[in-house]
Design a protein around this ligand. Structure first.
Ligand SMILES: [Zn+2]
Length: 363
Protein backbone atom coordinates (compact mmCIF):
# COMPACT_ATOMS: atom_id res chain seq x y z
CA UNK A 1 0.00 0.00 0.00
CA UNK A 2 1.38 3.46 -0.87
CA UNK A 3 0.90 6.45 1.38
CA UNK A 4 -1.70 8.95 0.24
CA UNK A 5 1.02 11.62 0.10
CA UNK A 6 2.86 9.54 -2.53
CA UNK A 7 -0.19 9.05 -4.73
CA UNK A 8 0.33 10.55 -8.21
CA UNK A 9 -2.69 9.63 -10.30
CA UNK A 10 -2.54 10.49 -14.00
CA UNK A 11 -5.76 11.11 -15.85
CA UNK A 12 -6.59 8.42 -18.39
CA UNK A 13 -9.23 10.58 -19.99
CA UNK A 14 -8.87 11.21 -23.69
CA UNK A 15 -10.07 14.48 -25.11
CA UNK A 16 -9.05 17.60 -26.98
CA UNK A 17 -6.01 19.52 -25.77
CA UNK A 18 -5.61 23.08 -26.99
CA UNK A 19 -2.25 24.52 -26.05
CA UNK A 20 -2.37 28.30 -26.36
CA UNK A 21 1.12 29.55 -27.09
CA UNK A 22 0.15 33.19 -27.61
CA UNK A 23 -2.79 35.05 -26.09
CA UNK A 24 -5.47 36.11 -28.53
CA UNK A 25 -4.95 39.75 -27.47
CA UNK A 26 -2.10 41.62 -25.75
CA UNK A 27 -1.92 40.99 -22.01
CA UNK A 28 -1.27 43.09 -18.92
CA UNK A 29 -0.14 41.04 -15.92
CA UNK A 30 -1.59 43.31 -13.23
CA UNK A 31 -0.38 41.27 -10.25
CA UNK A 32 3.22 40.17 -10.11
CA UNK A 33 6.29 40.38 -7.87
CA UNK A 34 9.82 41.20 -8.96
CA UNK A 35 11.32 41.88 -5.52
CA UNK A 36 14.01 39.67 -4.00
CA UNK A 37 12.09 39.25 -0.74
CA UNK A 38 9.40 37.21 -2.48
CA UNK A 39 11.61 34.37 -3.57
CA UNK A 40 11.32 35.34 -7.20
CA UNK A 41 14.36 34.79 -9.37
CA UNK A 42 13.89 37.96 -11.37
CA UNK A 43 15.50 40.22 -8.80
CA UNK A 44 18.86 38.78 -9.90
CA UNK A 45 18.30 38.65 -13.64
CA UNK A 46 18.70 41.35 -16.29
CA UNK A 47 15.68 43.42 -17.22
CA UNK A 48 16.17 42.64 -20.91
CA UNK A 49 15.74 38.94 -20.17
CA UNK A 50 12.43 39.66 -18.45
CA UNK A 51 11.23 41.76 -21.38
CA UNK A 52 12.17 38.92 -23.75
CA UNK A 53 10.07 36.45 -21.70
CA UNK A 54 7.15 38.91 -21.74
CA UNK A 55 7.51 39.45 -25.51
CA UNK A 56 7.49 35.73 -26.13
CA UNK A 57 4.38 35.31 -23.94
CA UNK A 58 2.52 38.25 -25.48
CA UNK A 59 2.63 40.27 -22.25
CA UNK A 60 2.70 43.97 -22.93
CA UNK A 61 2.96 45.26 -19.37
CA UNK A 62 3.70 43.72 -15.96
CA UNK A 63 2.90 45.24 -12.57
CA UNK A 64 5.50 44.70 -9.84
CA UNK A 65 3.79 45.06 -6.46
CA UNK A 66 7.08 44.95 -4.51
CA UNK A 67 8.12 48.58 -4.54
CA UNK A 68 7.74 49.16 -0.76
CA UNK A 69 8.74 52.72 0.18
CA UNK A 70 11.63 55.11 0.62
CA UNK A 71 15.01 54.25 -0.88
CA UNK A 72 13.96 50.67 -1.52
CA UNK A 73 11.13 51.94 -3.69
CA UNK A 74 13.47 54.26 -5.57
CA UNK A 75 15.81 51.34 -6.25
CA UNK A 76 12.93 49.17 -7.48
CA UNK A 77 11.66 51.96 -9.75
CA UNK A 78 15.17 52.51 -11.07
CA UNK A 79 15.74 48.79 -11.63
CA UNK A 80 12.49 48.16 -13.56
CA UNK A 81 10.12 50.98 -14.33
CA UNK A 82 12.72 53.54 -15.37
CA UNK A 83 14.05 51.07 -17.96
CA UNK A 84 10.70 50.45 -19.62
CA UNK A 85 7.99 52.75 -18.20
CA UNK A 86 5.31 51.48 -20.59
CA UNK A 87 5.98 47.85 -19.79
CA UNK A 88 7.05 47.63 -16.15
CA UNK A 89 4.99 49.37 -13.48
CA UNK A 90 6.04 49.53 -9.81
CA UNK A 91 3.61 49.85 -6.88
CA UNK A 92 4.43 51.22 -3.43
CA UNK A 93 3.80 49.53 -0.07
CA UNK A 94 3.14 50.34 3.60
CA UNK A 95 5.20 49.96 6.78
CA UNK A 96 2.84 47.91 8.97
CA UNK A 97 5.32 47.27 11.78
CA UNK A 98 5.75 50.98 12.38
CA UNK A 99 2.06 51.35 13.27
CA UNK A 100 2.68 49.81 16.69
CA UNK A 101 4.64 52.89 17.73
CA UNK A 102 2.68 55.56 15.86
CA UNK A 103 -0.78 56.70 16.98
CA UNK A 104 -1.09 58.73 13.75
CA UNK A 105 -0.18 55.84 11.47
CA UNK A 106 -2.89 56.71 8.93
CA UNK A 107 -1.51 60.21 8.43
CA UNK A 108 2.03 58.84 8.33
CA UNK A 109 1.08 56.37 5.60
CA UNK A 110 -0.71 59.09 3.64
CA UNK A 111 2.44 61.21 3.73
CA UNK A 112 4.52 58.18 2.80
CA UNK A 113 2.27 57.57 -0.18
CA UNK A 114 2.85 61.12 -1.44
CA UNK A 115 6.57 60.53 -1.12
CA UNK A 116 6.21 57.20 -2.95
CA UNK A 117 4.46 58.87 -5.86
CA UNK A 118 7.24 61.43 -6.02
CA UNK A 119 9.63 58.48 -6.27
CA UNK A 120 7.68 57.09 -9.21
CA UNK A 121 5.16 54.63 -7.70
CA UNK A 122 2.08 54.13 -9.87
CA UNK A 123 -0.13 52.36 -7.37
CA UNK A 124 -0.32 51.08 -3.80
CA UNK A 125 -0.22 47.43 -2.73
CA UNK A 126 -1.81 46.51 0.61
CA UNK A 127 -0.91 43.12 2.05
CA UNK A 128 -3.15 40.85 4.09
CA UNK A 129 -1.06 42.06 7.04
CA UNK A 130 -3.88 44.60 7.35
CA UNK A 131 -6.60 42.91 9.36
CA UNK A 132 -4.55 39.86 10.30
CA UNK A 133 -1.28 41.03 11.87
CA UNK A 134 -0.79 44.81 11.91
CA UNK A 135 -1.33 46.30 15.38
CA UNK A 136 -1.89 49.77 16.77
CA UNK A 137 0.04 51.30 19.72
CA UNK A 138 -2.42 49.61 22.13
CA UNK A 139 -1.47 46.22 20.75
CA UNK A 140 -4.87 45.77 19.07
CA UNK A 141 -5.24 44.43 15.56
CA UNK A 142 -6.01 47.23 13.09
CA UNK A 143 -9.31 46.39 11.39
CA UNK A 144 -9.51 46.46 7.61
CA UNK A 145 -11.98 49.38 7.79
CA UNK A 146 -10.26 51.17 10.69
CA UNK A 147 -11.07 54.87 10.34
CA UNK A 148 -7.55 55.85 11.34
CA UNK A 149 -6.46 54.73 7.85
CA UNK A 150 -8.97 56.97 6.08
CA UNK A 151 -6.30 59.64 5.30
CA UNK A 152 -4.43 56.98 3.32
CA UNK A 153 -7.40 55.98 1.16
CA UNK A 154 -8.40 59.62 0.60
CA UNK A 155 -4.84 60.44 -0.47
CA UNK A 156 -4.79 57.52 -2.91
CA UNK A 157 -7.93 58.95 -4.53
CA UNK A 158 -6.48 62.43 -4.59
CA UNK A 159 -3.33 61.13 -6.28
CA UNK A 160 -5.50 59.07 -8.65
CA UNK A 161 -3.60 55.96 -7.60
CA UNK A 162 -5.11 52.45 -7.75
CA UNK A 163 -4.93 50.33 -4.58
CA UNK A 164 -4.37 46.60 -5.04
CA UNK A 165 -5.53 45.13 -1.75
CA UNK A 166 -5.28 41.63 -0.35
CA UNK A 167 -7.61 40.89 2.56
CA UNK A 168 -7.92 37.52 4.32
CA UNK A 169 -6.90 34.37 2.43
CA UNK A 170 -8.53 31.11 1.25
CA UNK A 171 -11.41 30.09 3.49
CA UNK A 172 -9.68 26.83 4.42
CA UNK A 173 -6.84 28.83 6.01
CA UNK A 174 -9.37 29.95 8.64
CA UNK A 175 -10.50 26.42 9.43
CA UNK A 176 -8.98 23.78 11.70
CA UNK A 177 -6.15 21.69 10.25
CA UNK A 178 -7.93 18.36 10.37
CA UNK A 179 -8.55 15.64 7.77
CA UNK A 180 -11.44 17.64 6.27
CA UNK A 181 -9.35 20.74 5.46
CA UNK A 182 -9.18 21.02 1.66
CA UNK A 183 -5.81 22.80 1.81
CA UNK A 184 -4.25 20.37 4.31
CA UNK A 185 -1.03 19.72 2.38
CA UNK A 186 -0.45 23.39 1.65
CA UNK A 187 -1.00 24.41 5.27
CA UNK A 188 1.35 21.68 6.46
CA UNK A 189 4.02 23.20 4.24
CA UNK A 190 3.20 26.81 5.18
CA UNK A 191 2.00 26.82 8.79
CA UNK A 192 2.28 30.62 8.88
CA UNK A 193 -0.62 30.78 6.40
CA UNK A 194 -2.92 29.12 8.91
CA UNK A 195 -5.01 31.80 10.63
CA UNK A 196 -6.19 29.61 13.42
CA UNK A 197 -7.74 29.66 15.92
CA UNK A 198 -10.19 32.34 14.89
CA UNK A 199 -12.02 34.38 17.49
CA UNK A 200 -15.80 34.03 17.89
CA UNK A 201 -17.86 36.07 15.42
CA UNK A 202 -18.73 39.59 16.60
CA UNK A 203 -16.13 39.56 19.41
CA UNK A 204 -13.36 41.87 18.18
CA UNK A 205 -11.68 41.92 21.60
CA UNK A 206 -11.48 38.16 22.00
CA UNK A 207 -8.13 36.49 21.27
CA UNK A 208 -7.55 34.77 17.92
CA UNK A 209 -7.63 35.78 14.27
CA UNK A 210 -10.69 37.54 12.85
CA UNK A 211 -12.95 35.05 11.06
CA UNK A 212 -12.93 35.13 7.24
CA UNK A 213 -16.43 36.58 6.91
CA UNK A 214 -15.66 39.44 9.28
CA UNK A 215 -12.59 40.37 7.26
CA UNK A 216 -14.60 40.39 4.04
CA UNK A 217 -17.43 42.38 5.63
CA UNK A 218 -14.89 44.99 6.76
CA UNK A 219 -13.43 45.07 3.25
CA UNK A 220 -16.91 45.67 1.85
CA UNK A 221 -17.46 48.58 4.27
CA UNK A 222 -14.05 50.06 3.43
CA UNK A 223 -14.67 50.06 -0.33
CA UNK A 224 -18.15 51.50 0.21
CA UNK A 225 -16.87 54.31 2.45
CA UNK A 226 -14.32 55.49 -0.15
CA UNK A 227 -16.15 55.57 -3.49
CA UNK A 228 -13.54 57.91 -4.99
CA UNK A 229 -10.73 55.42 -4.36
CA UNK A 230 -10.09 52.69 -6.93
CA UNK A 231 -9.62 49.33 -5.21
CA UNK A 232 -8.51 46.12 -6.90
CA UNK A 233 -9.37 43.16 -4.69
CA UNK A 234 -6.48 40.76 -5.24
CA UNK A 235 -7.16 37.07 -5.83
CA UNK A 236 -10.73 37.54 -7.07
CA UNK A 237 -11.65 39.98 -4.35
CA UNK A 238 -10.04 37.69 -1.76
CA UNK A 239 -13.06 35.36 -1.88
CA UNK A 240 -12.72 33.14 -4.96
CA UNK A 241 -14.58 30.32 -3.18
CA UNK A 242 -17.64 32.57 -2.88
CA UNK A 243 -18.20 34.24 -6.23
CA UNK A 244 -21.72 35.23 -5.19
CA UNK A 245 -20.22 37.39 -2.46
CA UNK A 246 -17.68 38.96 -4.83
CA UNK A 247 -20.39 39.56 -7.41
CA UNK A 248 -22.54 41.40 -4.86
CA UNK A 249 -19.56 43.55 -3.88
CA UNK A 250 -18.88 44.42 -7.52
CA UNK A 251 -22.56 45.25 -8.03
CA UNK A 252 -22.52 47.50 -4.96
CA UNK A 253 -19.23 49.33 -5.57
CA UNK A 254 -18.36 50.76 -9.01
CA UNK A 255 -14.90 51.65 -7.60
CA UNK A 256 -14.05 47.98 -7.03
CA UNK A 257 -12.17 45.74 -9.46
CA UNK A 258 -10.71 42.27 -8.89
CA UNK A 259 -7.73 40.41 -10.29
CA UNK A 260 -7.56 36.66 -10.90
CA UNK A 261 -4.00 36.28 -9.58
CA UNK A 262 -3.21 32.81 -8.19
CA UNK A 263 -6.85 31.76 -8.47
CA UNK A 264 -7.03 29.60 -11.60
CA UNK A 265 -7.41 26.61 -9.27
CA UNK A 266 -10.46 28.16 -7.59
CA UNK A 267 -12.12 29.55 -10.71
CA UNK A 268 -11.36 26.46 -12.73
CA UNK A 269 -13.01 24.05 -10.34
CA UNK A 270 -16.32 25.94 -10.71
CA UNK A 271 -16.20 26.77 -14.42
CA UNK A 272 -19.94 27.39 -14.93
CA UNK A 273 -20.14 29.80 -12.01
CA UNK A 274 -16.80 31.40 -12.87
CA UNK A 275 -17.76 31.94 -16.51
CA UNK A 276 -21.09 33.51 -15.52
CA UNK A 277 -19.22 35.69 -13.01
CA UNK A 278 -16.79 36.99 -15.63
CA UNK A 279 -19.58 37.58 -18.16
CA UNK A 280 -21.55 39.54 -15.56
CA UNK A 281 -18.59 41.82 -14.75
CA UNK A 282 -16.51 41.90 -17.94
CA UNK A 283 -15.20 45.42 -17.32
CA UNK A 284 -14.15 44.82 -13.69
CA UNK A 285 -11.81 41.84 -13.86
CA UNK A 286 -8.05 42.08 -14.36
CA UNK A 287 -5.63 39.44 -15.55
CA UNK A 288 -2.78 38.65 -13.14
CA UNK A 289 -0.65 35.64 -12.29
CA UNK A 290 1.16 36.29 -8.98
CA UNK A 291 3.82 33.90 -10.30
CA UNK A 292 7.38 34.51 -11.54
CA UNK A 293 7.14 35.49 -15.21
CA UNK A 294 7.49 32.28 -17.17
CA UNK A 295 6.17 31.11 -20.52
CA UNK A 296 4.62 27.88 -19.21
CA UNK A 297 2.71 29.71 -16.50
CA UNK A 298 1.32 32.24 -18.95
CA UNK A 299 0.33 29.52 -21.44
CA UNK A 300 -1.60 27.75 -18.70
CA UNK A 301 -3.56 30.93 -17.95
CA UNK A 302 -4.30 31.46 -21.65
CA UNK A 303 -5.55 27.89 -22.00
CA UNK A 304 -7.77 28.38 -18.97
CA UNK A 305 -9.32 31.64 -20.17
CA UNK A 306 -9.55 30.94 -23.90
CA UNK A 307 -10.38 27.26 -24.33
CA UNK A 308 -13.13 24.96 -23.13
CA UNK A 309 -10.66 22.16 -22.40
CA UNK A 310 -11.67 19.97 -19.49
CA UNK A 311 -9.84 18.43 -16.53
CA UNK A 312 -6.33 19.78 -16.87
CA UNK A 313 -3.63 20.73 -14.37
CA UNK A 314 -3.73 24.30 -13.12
CA UNK A 315 -0.10 24.16 -12.07
CA UNK A 316 3.22 23.08 -13.54
CA UNK A 317 4.14 21.41 -10.21
CA UNK A 318 3.90 17.64 -9.86
CA UNK A 319 1.61 18.02 -6.86
CA UNK A 320 -0.52 21.12 -7.39
CA UNK A 321 -0.07 23.47 -4.45
CA UNK A 322 -3.65 24.65 -3.94
CA UNK A 323 -5.44 21.33 -3.70
CA UNK A 324 -5.43 18.06 -5.63
CA UNK A 325 -7.94 18.81 -8.30
CA UNK A 326 -8.00 19.78 -11.96
CA UNK A 327 -9.61 22.69 -13.77
CA UNK A 328 -11.82 23.34 -16.77
CA UNK A 329 -11.41 26.17 -19.27
CA UNK A 330 -13.77 29.15 -19.37
CA UNK A 331 -13.83 29.59 -23.16
CA UNK A 332 -14.37 33.35 -22.90
CA UNK A 333 -15.62 35.31 -25.92
CA UNK A 334 -13.28 37.74 -27.68
CA UNK A 335 -14.69 41.01 -26.36
CA UNK A 336 -14.50 39.77 -22.78
CA UNK A 337 -10.99 38.40 -23.27
CA UNK A 338 -9.82 41.72 -24.65
CA UNK A 339 -11.19 43.53 -21.59
CA UNK A 340 -9.83 41.06 -19.03
CA UNK A 341 -6.43 40.69 -20.67
CA UNK A 342 -5.76 44.36 -21.22
CA UNK A 343 -8.42 47.06 -21.38
CA UNK A 344 -9.58 46.95 -17.76
CA UNK A 345 -6.01 47.13 -16.47
CA UNK A 346 -5.25 50.03 -18.81
CA UNK A 347 -8.09 51.98 -17.21
CA UNK A 348 -7.12 51.05 -13.65
CA UNK A 349 -3.43 51.84 -14.20
CA UNK A 350 -4.39 55.07 -16.03
CA UNK A 351 -2.35 53.92 -19.00
CA UNK A 352 -5.24 55.04 -21.19
CA UNK A 353 -4.64 58.57 -19.85
CA UNK A 354 -0.99 58.55 -20.73
CA UNK A 355 0.52 57.60 -17.39
CA UNK A 356 3.90 55.97 -17.91
CA UNK A 357 4.47 57.69 -21.22
CA UNK A 358 7.95 59.13 -21.49
CA UNK A 359 8.08 62.83 -20.66
CA UNK A 360 9.83 64.82 -23.37
CA UNK A 361 12.82 66.68 -21.96
CA UNK A 362 12.47 70.44 -22.36
CA UNK A 363 14.06 71.70 -25.60
ZN1 LIG B 1 0.80 38.64 -4.89
Amino acid sequence: MIRLADYRPRSARRGPVHEVRRPRFPVIDAHNHLGAAFGGSWAERPVDELLAVLDEAGVETLVDLDGAAGDRLSAEVERWQARAPQRLVVFAGLDYEAWEADAAFGDTEAARLRDSVARGARGLKVWKTLGLRARDPHGRLVAVDDERLDPLWVTAAELDLPVVIHIADPIAFFQPLDPTNERYEELTEHPDWHFWPTRPAGRPDAPGFPPFDELLAAFDRLVGRHPATTFVGAHVGCAAEDLGLVSRMLDGHPNLFVDIAARVAELGRQPYTARAFVLRHPDRILFGTDAPADGAVYRLHYRFLETSDESFDYSTDEVPGQGRWQVHGLGLPDDVLRAVYRENARRVLRLDRGRGRAVEPPA
